[in-house]
Design a protein around this ligand. Structure first.
Ligand SMILES: Cc1cc2nc3c(=O)[nH]c(=O)nc-3n(C[C@H](O)[C@H](O)[C@H](O)COP(=O)(O)OP(=O)(O)OC[C@H]3O[C@@H](n4cnc5c(N)ncnc54)[C@H](O)[C@@H]3O)c2cc1C
Length: 387
């Protein structure tokens, strides 16, 4: 093979990063995962450990005090944290989701104001797009930001917002021109937790990812200064959807991590558990299940990494690959975690083992940042417009 042949492999730096994140996750996060799931409390100790290791928002560029990790490094971080605890992986994932709108479209002054506190671990950033009546159909949102002198006044609500209440900063999408063209009448803003007129709903009682609070955002005549506008007025939905092209890749990574955690646990179990006088790993029916799980998981991982490289380069086909990676990896995560429960038999169904939690956690990856039906719409749209 020619020495010039480009390596189709992770760099040594990416491999080293994986090792260091896995060591931290095994040491500090995995032992806490069952308790985080049981109590449903935000894991502040995990947050502190991630901040200490500079893994909580590693995507923030060095010019804003961040680690400057590329998109592939970010997915490796999220994957390895999710392998131990899906709730905890939402710390780096949602910090990225909340701040990408600024990285894509905000003024330099705004980036200098909001990104360094996140990089330092002093603030988290959430992302408020969805509403009660506007989930898949984001353009039908009703939350309003009415111009008033130099300010905007927000009224309405946002639903399902991850890490709400814990985050200091929120990217919020709101209608600025109610009579304007659908989709082009929405703008993006930064809202701060301390802004008067801004409040939170009760925590949702969820199937999984219980250590990541999900709450509504409520705005009641919440006045914010005009310099909180991200990008141009009317460009908000475009910015929000471009953000998702990049961050869906991170949900794919979360799915891969959850599935890997379940497969690893099941592999250990089948070698130990004996029935009919031998380890259940010796039954070919189970070996075929394990092989299918690993094969699909590896395909999902490769797709997520390719999509991450496209995100880093800003390739034109990122919308297809971001949707495909999220959709495929999350479907695989649901399948692999369900099979892991099956491989443990009755033991898989109880909380003495982590695979039932992983199965519950996997489900959300098929739903948020656009359901997998919506991902298929995005993919089909991209295919049909190709010349
Ligand atoms: C735990 C959790 C955390 C979340 N975090 C965030 C967050 O941080 N920020 C944020 O903004 N949002 C967040 N969301 C919201 C999430 O993105 C939405 O729930 C999701 O986009 C689906 O919207 P919906 O729930 O209104 O479902 P609906 O849009 O009502 O969909 C219901 C069903 O109809 C299907 N459907 C809808 N339209 C079509 C169509 N055109 N063709 C085919 N099928 C269709 C959907 O796929 C789904 O199966 C979160 C949600 C959850 C549950």
């Amino acid at each position: 093979m020619s020495p010039d042949f480009p390596a189709f492999a992770l760099s040594a730096e990416h491999e080293a990063l994986r090792e260091s994140v896995r060591a931290l996750a095994d040491d500090k996060i995995a032992p806490r995962a069952a308790d985080i799931d049981r109590t449903g409390e935000f894991p502040m100790d995990v947050y502190d450990a991630l901040v200490k290791a500079d893994l909580h928002a590693a995507h923030i560029p060095e010019s804003y005090g961040g680690a400057g990790a590329d998109a592939l490094a970010c997915v490796i971080i999220i994957e390895e944290v999710a392998r131990a605890c899906a709730s905890s992986s939402l710390i780096p994932a949602v910090n990225k989701l909340g701040t990408v709108p600024l990285l894509l479209a905000a003024s330099e002054e705004m980036k200098q104001r909001y990104l360094p506190p996140v990089a330092r671990g002093e603030a988290m950033f959430s992302y408020g797009l969805s509403e009660r009546e506007a989930g898949s159909d984001t353009a039908s949102m009703r939350c309003k930001a009415t111009p008033d002198g130099d300010d905007f006044v927000l009224n309405g609500q946002k639903s399902w917002i991850t890490n709400a209440g814990e985050s200091q900063f929120y990217t919020v999408l709101a209608v600025t021109d109610p009579d304007g063209e659908r989709g082009r009448n929405i703008s993006a803003f930064v809202v701060e937790k301390s802004d008067p007129g801004f409040d939170f709903g009760e925590k949702e009682r969820k199937l999984g990812i219980k250590g990541s609070p999900t709450r509504e955002l409520h705005f009641d005549n919440c006045r914010i200064p005009g310099d909180r506008l991200i990008g141009e007025r009317g460009e908000g939905l475009k910015i929000a959807l471009r953000t998702l092209d990049h961050t869906r890749v991170t949900i794919g990574a979360q799915a891969v991590g959850i599935a890997q955690g379940a497969l690893d646990y099941a592999l250990g179990y089948v070698k130990e558990r004996k029935q009919f006088g031998k380890a259940i790993a010796e039954f070919q029916g189970l070996q075929f299940m394990l092989a299918d799980m690993a094969m699909k998981l590896e395909a999902a991982r490769q797709m997520v990494y390719v999509a991450a490289a496209k995100s880093e380069r800003g390739d034109a086909d990122l919308p297809f690959f971001g949707a495909a990676a999220k959709c495929y990896a999350s479907d695989v995560a649901m399948e692999v975690t369900t099979d892991a429960v099956q491989l443990l038999g009755g033991a898989g169904y109880v909380k003495d083992h982590p695979v039932e939690r992983m199965m519950r956690d996997a489900k959300i990856t098929q739903i948020y940042e656009g359901t997998n039906q919506i991902q298929r719409i995005v993919m089909a749209r991209q295919l049909l417009k190709r010349k």
